[in-house]
Ligand binder design. Structure first.
Ligand code: KMH
Ligand code: ZN
Length: 274
């Protein structure tokens, strides 16, 4: 079994400092949290931007400054989100122009809690093509079984290049629930050599992440996915959540993958990694 790639999702499209004061709220705080998460064992840092006033943004200048700020403090692989519920798809697409080593690709439109998560097919395919041009590695976010079929269609069309990096997102209202039998089905459908992880939100977070690790997947944690360390106990920091995940991996006799190993396994562009 390969070493698990640990991703720290520091911020997210929904929660803010008001929900957990330990969440980073500015470019500088995101960079500091990225370093702490890297030091705790995360190789990939997944980021939804915050501007210097703490607001969610998809401003390209903030994106460029964030990528630079993280690279300046640690070798963690920057993965920018092209998701988000409050912005147009055109604005979200521009995130890849900041040239992170990785960025997310959400293949289908869906209901996301109380919001509509728009991923129109034509523009989503334009984004996939642009990622190939720039050498930005997509992480495909699969919230339901049909999203996996769309991902395989993109491979067929030459809009996704193997090895694929896939997240099975569980626990979002509007997507699939956290259920090990669904995970077993999805993993079985993946092309050989695909790297995958579970993203499990809220109460699905800990059990499904642990099951994913035990099945040989990668794993993600951070305040985007869970604000608590245990029932009723808020997480103090993203690093604390990464430390907990690394403890779980080690208790399964797995050692987190280092950055060089991730670059090799996912065939990331060396130019875009720190
Ligand atoms: N917020 C997660 C449920 C993205 O950023 O593009 C999924 C996610 C997607 O992380
Ligand atoms: Zn995200």
């Amino acid at each position: 079994m390969p070493n698990p790639i640990i991703t720290a999702a520091l911020t997210g499209p929904v929660a803010t400092k008001a929900d957990n004061p330990g969440m980073p709220g500015t470019v500088a705080e995101i960079a500091a949290d990225a370093k702490a998460a890297y030091d705790a064992g995360a190789a990939v840092i997944h980021i939804h931007l915050r501007d210097d006033e703490g607001s969610m943004t998809v401003d390209l200048d903030v994106a460029r400054r964030t990528v630079e700020a993280v690279r300046a403090v640690c070798p963690g692989i920057v993965q920018l989100s092209t998701g988000g519920l409050a912005f147009t798809y055109e604005d979200r697409m521009r995130m890849v122009e900041a040239k992170p080593a990785m960025a997310t690709l959400n293949p289908c439109t869906m209901t996301f809690g109380a919001a509509e998560f728009r991923n129109p097919p034509k523009q989503m395919m334009e984004l996939a093509a642009r990622m190939i041009e720039l050498g930005v590695k997509p992480e495909v976010e699969v919230y339901d079984t049909g999203h996996l079929e769309m991902m395989l269609y993109l491979v067929h069309k030459g809009l996704l290049v193997e090895p694929l990096q896939v997240s099975f997102v569980m626990g979002v209202r509007g997507g699939m629930k956290g259920d090990p039998t669904l995970l077993a089905y999805l993993v079985r459908e993946l092309p050989e050599g695909t790297s995958w992880q579970v993203i499990a939100v809220a109460k699905a977070n800990l059990p499904m992440t642990t099951i994913g690790l035990a099945m040989g997947g990668n794993a993600r944690t951070g305040m985007e996915d869970t604000l608590t360390l245990e029932k009723g106990v808020p997480a103090a920091s993203n690093a604390q959540l990464v430390e907990r995940l690394v403890r779980i991996a080690r208790s399964l006799q797995q050692e987190p993958a280092g950055v060089a190993e991730v670059v090799e396994r996912l065939k990331l562009s060396a130019e875009l990694v720190g």
